[in-house]
Design a protein around this ligand. Structure first.
Ligand code: NDP
Ligand code: OXD
Length: 309
């Protein structure tokens, strides 16, 4: 029984050490470095393995995605018996919560506006508002959405969240599904997208959504670039329907040099750095999950392949 890893070597070296210490009976092999007998491969850890690579391992049972999102995986063409498990690990989760908290404060305190005024040599006074006077709504109440809300809570924002199924989160007004969307979006001053990218969520940050938000609202996209319709955002910022946006993810990545997001005064852009899987903390999570499977328990973060997340 082998765990085959495909990805950056530095992370593989850390994970090989964790497996040697905690699961010495499960050899950890790095694709391209170690010789592997294909029939022994029962587990694979990778970001986006090509279907012809996966096909080489007839006894593959579980594909562990090394990231939190699985939209890059060929979920529909993987062999039907292969279970897919995504990454839920504290390093990535805390980093995302920090990013969302930073972005919410940046937009709450109107920094894109003040930075642009500074660059233009203008001293533009505007009275500050308190967080308690601003409503932050998070789309996606999963591992990352909930952690972001936890970090926002002590700042005093009025919080809400939206998800596919019902959630009950203290201090957060929760809205559910398509029926709850309009009521959710109508009361959000700062909208955070932490949804997975699926056919249902593709393009959800679009003109129709922006028009339902209070005038002068702001958007944070830390989900995936294809959640957002570029031209609709530019138009909403131009008309004043939206005030500002903070984007960590774009379509494509990296953005071409001439893309309007780079120079837009109301957009703060970060290059997909909100959060990433950390070798140390994720190595423990990966071995925990292999232990769980070997003892007949369900792994944490199993993906429903038909649902796409
Ligand atoms: P989870 O799977 O834990 O949570 C997803 C949430 O989205 C759930 O609450 C789910 O609802 C909700 N959801 C899914 N589909 C819909 C829908 N159609 N309508 C309403 N709600 C929906 O994911 P994570 O929190 O771990 O991660 C979220 C995403 O963050 C990842 O998929 C990835 O795209 C992105 N990401 C970005 C990173 C970055 O650096 N920018 C880093 C890591 C991840 P329910 O609870 O009812 O199932
Ligand atoms: C992820 C990411 O999904 O880094 O883990 O975006």
């Amino acid at each position: 029984m082998t765990m085959l890893y495909h990805g950056p070597e530095a992370r593989g070296t850390v994970w090989a050490e964790v497996f040697a210490r905690r699961l010495p009976d499960v050899p950890f092999c790095q694709w391209g470095h170690d010789t592997v007998n294909p029939v022994t491969v029962r587990f694979m850890a990778a970001w986006n393995p090509a279907p012809d690579m996966v096909a080489q391992f007839p006894n593959l049972e579980v594909l562990f995605c090394v990231g939190a999102g699985v939209d890059q995986l060929p979920l529909h063409s993987l062999p039907p018996q292969v279970r897919v498990v995504r990454m839920i690990e504290p390093g990535l989760t805390i980093a995302m919560a920090e990013y969302v908290a930073t972005a919410a404060l940046v937009l709450h305190r109107d920094l894109p506006h003040f930075v642009s005024e500074q660059r233009a040599g203008r001293w533009s006074y505007a009275p500050p508002r308190l967080a308690s006077e601003r409503r932050v709504g998070v789309m996606g109440l999963g591992a990352l959405g909930k952690a972001a809300l936890d970090m926002l809570k002590p700042m005093g924002f009025a919080l809400s969240g939206w998800s596919r199924s019902a959630h009950d989160i203290g201090g957060v007004e929760c809205f559910v599904g398509a029926d709850g969307f309009d009521a959710f979006i109508a009361q959000v001053d700062i909208l955070v997208c932490l949804l997975p990218l699926t056919p249902e969520t593709h393009g959800i940050l679009c003109r129709k959504t922006f028009e339902k938000m209070p005038r002068g609202a702001a958007v944070i996209n830390a989900g995936r670039g294809r959640h957002l319709v570029t031209d609709d955002l530019i138009a909403a910022l131009g008309s004043g329907q939206l005030r500002a946006a903070m984007l960590d993810v774009t379509d494509p990545e990296p953005l071409p040099a001439e893309h309007p997001f780079y120079s837009h005064p109301a957009i703060f852009l970060t290059p997909h750095v909100a959060a990433e899987t950390r070798a140390d903390t994720a190595g423990e999570v990966l071995t925990d999950n292999v232990e769980r499977i070997l003892s007949g328990r369900a792994p944490l973060g199993e993906v429903d392949r038909s649902r796409g997340y």
